[in-house]
Design a protein around this ligand. Structure first.
Ligand code: SF4
Length: 312
């Protein structure tokens, strides 16, 4: 029997609303996470972990990043995200250092902030250019509802960890607040989040809502007007993340079907997302999605009135 091909650890570059063309880097087995957020695009898993280890050898990760950087595609950032909480990989500090030796492209880490609460307090992230930590809850009851964390992680420890990390980290901190209707969007809770923001002093606060199909169908987005009200409460550094509007990716992937399936394997995407990511016209993407749907490889789902494609 032929051995299974090694897991592709890089994906994209995908259009990111915040980072331009971002080469995604996924250094974990699927859904290795210290939380099980109701809005997670990876689906609900019902189990969490805080175990840190070298899930994938550092040299394997660096070899794949090197290959992707040489591909000729436009890359504005290398972004750690994907299958879970990247700081659970015990080699993340060495991986960041290795990427910095290879390229001047920005290194960005998306984190749920849980490991910042520990003694290491984000030591491995100090060489990154941008850290995008999440903070969706300022109290434990709300934290339990929106993020469903591993036992023992508290909202207060996360906030304290972020305050201490801010003092040590020289790069940019873009604090992301994901708002879910009826769970963490009440004015009293938003005022508590504002108090936390004033202690953490991030460079930006980026307000997001459930714009992609979530783990729990009951996790609903806020309207534009509600987001604007939340922005006012969260203070002058807060912004609502704008829609992606960069130019088109120059080169089409040589095997568009495989590239499309790989992109959808990471997260649900709209036809417009796919067109930008793969450098194809929307018409070509629609023809491709029709063929792949007819073959049973992908399906479409509607969320908040928008059609997304995902693997069948
Ligand atoms: S922290 Fe991220 S990966 Fe983990 S459950 Fe939440 S959204 Fe999913």
């Amino acid at each position: 029997m032929k051995p299974a091909p090694p897991k592709a650890l890089t994906y994209g570059p995908v259009p990111s609303r915040r980072l331009g063309y971002s080469l995604g880097l996924d250094i974990l087995p699927f859904k290795t996470c210290s939380m099980d957020c109701v809005y997670c695009q990876l689906g609900a898993c019902g189990k969490t972990t805080v175990r840190r280890r070298e899930y994938i050898p550092v040299r394997t990760v660096l070899a794949q990043v090197r290959r992707a950087l040489k591909s000729g595609a436009r890359i504005d950032a290398v972004t750690f995200s994907g299958s879970g909480e990247p700081t659970l990989h015990s080699g993340i500090g060495r991986i960041i250092a290795g990427i910095k030796r290879m390229t001047g492209v920005k290194v960005v880490v998306l984190t749920n902030s849980s490991t910042l609460a520990g003694r290491a307090n984000g030591r491995d992230l100090l060489q990154a250019d941008i850290v995008v930590p999440s903070l969706d809850a300022a109290t434990d009851p709300v934290f339990a509802k929106v993020n469903r964390p591993h036992a023992g992680i508290t909202a207060e420890a996360i906030i304290d960890g972020l305050v201490r990390f801010r003092r040590r980290f020289q790069g940019r901190i873009w604090l992301e607040v994901m708002l879910v209707r009826g769970i963490n969007d009440g004015p009293a809770h938003l005022r508590k989040l504002r108090e936390a923001v004033e202690r953490i002093r991030p460079d930006r606060v980026q307000i997001n809502t459930v714009v992609r199909p979530p783990a729990e169908p009951s996790a609903r987005p806020l309207t534009a007007a509600e987001l604007e009200r939340a922005r006012k409460i969260l203070g002058p550094t807060a912004e609502i993340i704008a829609d992606f509007s960069r130019g088109k990716q120059p080169a089409a992937a040589p095997d568009a079907s495989a590239a499309l399936l790989a992109a959808l394997g990471r997260r649900p995407m709209t036809a417009a997302d796919l067109a930008r990511s793969l450098g194809l016209s929307k018409r070509e993407i629609l023809a491709l999605t029709r063929r792949l749907a007819a073959a049973g490889a992908i399906c479409s789902v509607r969320h908040a009135g928008i059609v997304y494609y995902e693997p069948a």
